[in-house]
Design a protein around this ligand. Structure first.
Ligand code: PEP
Ligand code: MG
Length: 317
């Protein structure tokens, strides 16, 4: 809002607001380097979400403990009519890996489709794109594209603590196939004598009700879960997240969503795996205490929410 020739009262009010804001920022800045720990000693990892390489700088400044979600599809969407090459991808992933040092960098393989279209891919006329060809379904169909991305991720992984994650999982078979591709690519790199991380950790996004319900099986196949509450809410409540007319119905606090999150955490822990949240709900400070009680291991949020979330966790008794 722009005030033309503000009077003295307004100026004083604004100055006061500016000072309060500055105090708030200074208090948050003091939390840099501190642990994300509750007063009773429970520790939670706080990581940050990124879309492009430009976001990496913001993550470093935010004092996040790593990148919990690298939305790699933006590399594909911003490359005009061509797929990004292995080298282009490798450079972006390597930069993230090196910038984060020993902190983890979770690279999600391209979650294209739905609202995220790339011009080099033909989607035809999909009446309901959110339920159409997207995420892992495309990757498993576009073998070359998927293998190129896996090569770039595996090669970049030797520069830091890179982990790979598959989006939009609904079946065990999808995970089996995706892991088969990963193995195939490893064998190819080995044959070519190219360096890569043989022991890369593999995770899946839990963002469909189907994945929640088969969580106990999935947990035995992967190293970690990351809950995509944006899509999980969309698919559970049957509400198109792109449709503004439905904003009043889009309720990620719905009991069904919260119970599902608990189920996912329990499935992961049953098999000694960790579970995080990388959807927007992870940054919802009204729910932080509940997530902590559920036993969530990680929250991955936008860089600007890292310190407010740390503050909130440290205030929990
Ligand atoms: C999610 O669905 O919550 C998520 C993190 O993935 P995206 O928002 O990119 O679909
Ligand atoms: Mg999603």
């Amino acid at each position: 809002r722009i005030y033309i020739e503000p009077d003295y009262t307004l100026l004083t009010k604004m100055k006061q607001r500016q000072d309060e804001n500055q105090v708030h920022i200074t208090n948050l800045e003091r939390l840099k380097g501190k642990e994300n720990i509750t007063q009773s000693g429970q520790k939670i990892d706080i990581c940050a979400n990124i879309g492009t390489r430009e976001d990496i700088e913001r993550v470093i400044r935010s004092d996040a403990g790593g990148i919990g979600l690298f939305r790699s599809e933006f590399l594909f969407m911003e490359n005009g009519n061509r797929q990004p090459t292995e080298e282009q991808q490798f450079q972006a992933y390597k930069l993230a890996a090196e910038s984060m040092g020993m902190n983890r960098v979770v690279i999600r393989t391209a979650d294209l489709g739905g609202d995220k279209k790339a011009s080099f891919l033909e989607f035809g006329n999909e009446p309901n794109p959110a339920m159409g060809l997207r995420g892992i379904r495309i990757s498993l169909e576009k073998e070359e594209m998927f293998k190129t991305q896996l090569r770039a991720i595996l090669r970049a992984a030797i520069y830091g603590n890179v982990q790979v994650m598959f989006p939009m999982i609904t079946t065990v078979e999808e995970v089996v196939q995706a892991k088969e591709y990963l193995e195939k690519v490893k064998q190819e790199l080995k044959a070519e004598k190219v360096f890569f991380d043989e022991n890369i950790k593999v995770g899946v996004m839990i963002e469909t009700p189907a994945a929640v319900m088969i969580g106990d099986e999935l947990a035995q196949m992967v190293d970690f879960f990351s809950i995509g509450t944006n899509d999980l809410t969309q698919y559970t409540l049957a509400i198109d997240r792109q449709n503004e007319k439905l904003d009043d119905f889009y309720n990620p606090h719905h009991k069904a969503i919260l119970r599902m999150i608990q189920m996912v955490v329990d499935s992961a822990h049953k098999y000694g795996k960790w579970a995080g949240i990388c959807g927007e709900l992870g940054a919802d400070l009204e729910l932080t205490e509940e997530f902590v009680k559920m036993g969530i291991d990680e929250l991955s949020v936008s860089p600007s929410m890292v310190l407010p979330l740390r503050k909130c966790i440290r205030e929990i008794s």
